[in-house]
Ligand binder design. Structure first.
Ligand SMILES: Cc1cc2nc3c(=O)[nH]c(=O)nc-3n(C[C@H](O)[C@H](O)[C@H](O)COP(=O)(O)O)c2cc1C
Length: 218
């Protein structure tokens, strides 16, 4: 065991001096996507670091959960978009149990957004556009080996990545069949704002008649 104490490290942290944004819940729009875009614009203005990095939580059919960081690629009327390989563990879990939760935390603004709903693969053209927008090395890595399987030795990896890079050079529009843009259609979106020692929570819930929203106990 290390002689570094986690609790001592926490005690040594100085509280951040940033001023948190206000959250006027009485003026909240009827549609959570509209509020999400307003919050994102505010995060862009505040130069929040990696504001599109989010936690994607999935579960197997049997309910075993897993979570990892992914990039939020777009938000449209269809929902929240992300992309990955359908053959990777998260893709297999989504095939078994096509529901997920997304969590974004913008620490500079003391804000969290939680989204949950059903997930489905988007149109093939969206997957292709997403893959082709990636850096050539990222494309080569995705082609070279199966995500989340054991990495072979460095020489073998270099050879596989070099072959994949050659393939991209010969066919710049090559997209692996299982590269998938997924869209999560939200049924619940919660906005959480730290405010001094208080927290404000506003949850939107989708019902047959449209979205409703209510404040929650923090
Ligand atoms: C900031 C950040 C962004 C990431 N974005 C993606 C992404 O958009 N797609 C992806 O497949 N993996 C992304 N990853 C890697 C995943 O966290 C994860 O390691 C990988 O997708 C394998 O997950 P799985 O084994 O649960 O399928 C990202 C990791 C970080 C830290």
């Amino acid at each position: 065991m290390s002689d570094i104490s986690y609790r001592d490290l926490l005690r040594s942290i100085r509280p951040p001096k940033t001023e948190l944004p206000s959250f006027d819940t009485a003026a909240a729009p009827d549609d959570p996507i509209a509020l999400f875009l307003v919050w994102t614009a505010s995060a862009v203005d505040a130069e929040v670091s990696q504001l599109n990095a989010m936690t994607l939580s999935t579960a197997t059919r049997g309910g075993d959960p897993s979570a990892r960081t992914l990039l939020l690629k777009d938000v449209t009327d269809a929902g929240f978009w992300f992309a990955s390989l359908a053959s990777a563990p998260k893709g297999e879990e989504l095939a078994q149990n096509p529901r997920a939760a997304l969590t974004l935390y913008w620490r500079e603004q003391g804000r969290q957004v939680r989204v949950s709903g059903a997930v489905k693969p988007g149109p093939r053209t969206v997957s292709e556009q997403d893959f082709l927008a990636r850096h050539p090395l990222a494309r080569a890595q995705a082609i070279a080996g199966e995500q989340s399987t054991t990495l072979p030795g460095a020489e073998e990896v270099a050879g596989l990545v070099a072959s994949a890079s050659e393939l991209i050079e010969v066919d710049p529009l090559f997209v692996p069949a299982d590269w998938t843009a997924y869209v999560l259609e939200p049924i619940s979106v919660e906005f959480w704002q730290a405010s001094g020692h208080d927290q404000i929570r506003l949850r939107y819930t989708r019902s047959p008649g449209g979205w409703t929203h209510q404040l929650l106990w923090p």
